[in-house]
Design a protein around this ligand. Structure first.
Ligand SMILES: [Ca+2]
Ligand SMILES: [Ca+2]
Length: 180
């Protein structure tokens, strides 16, 4: 059972964690997200590219809410499987990958492998040619990216492990599966 959180110290005295105020943990940001489904200035639509004029768009991360995610509304055991407490433990990998490096078909997913949220990585040409793969122009360059997994842990995923982690995390075909 979690013990009671130490009280904030409005007079500037550090609490037992050594942090003066909760505000200090926000690194000068004045806004924080209470819900991953409401994570931008305009709520859910704020995560989309199309915003009214005057609103800075999008976020610098992506939500990976489905296994076998894809456009469209088809939902089955092999398409658009919403990640839930049950599915992150019971989903069976089913998506073929190019090449021979990543064949997880028939294996069960696990919460510690399932991706939930990660540094945004969308292909946009130039120095960001690859979708969901670290490139020089991405948030952390070509080094890798941060990922939050369904068991609650977060990890830095380096480039050399990125494709395999993505496939285990999302059960989606990765365009670089044959070479990375
Ligand atoms: Ca992406
Ligand atoms: Ca990229």
């Amino acid at each position: 059972m979690r013990s009671a959180a130490p009280p904030e110290a409005p007079n500037g005295t550090p609490n037992v964690t050594g942090v003066f105020l909760y505000q200090d943990r926000l690194h000068d940001n004045t806004r924080y997200c209470k819900s991953l489904l409401d994570n931008a200035r305009l709520g859910r639509i704020g995560t989309l590219d199309t915003l009214p004029a005057g609103y800075p768009g999008c976020t610098s991360y992506e939500v990976a809410g489905f296994f076998c995610g894809g456009n469209g509304s088809t939902v089955s055991d092999t398409s658009n499987v919403r990640k839930t407490q049950t599915s992150v433990m019971n989903h069976i990998y089913c998506t073929p990958q190019a090449g021979n490096r990543y064949n997880f078909i028939g294996l069960h997913a696990s919460a510690s492998d399932a991706w939930i949220i990660y540094d945004a990585d969308d292909a946009s040409g130039g120095d960001r040619p690859n979708e969901d793969f670290p490139d020089p122009g991405d948030n952390h360059g070509a080094d890798g990216g941060n990922v939050v997994f369904a068991d609650g842990h977060a990890a830095w995923v380096p480039r050399k492990l990125y494709v395999g982690s993505f496939i285990r995390g999302c059960d989606e075909a990765h365009q670089l599966a044959a070479s990375q």
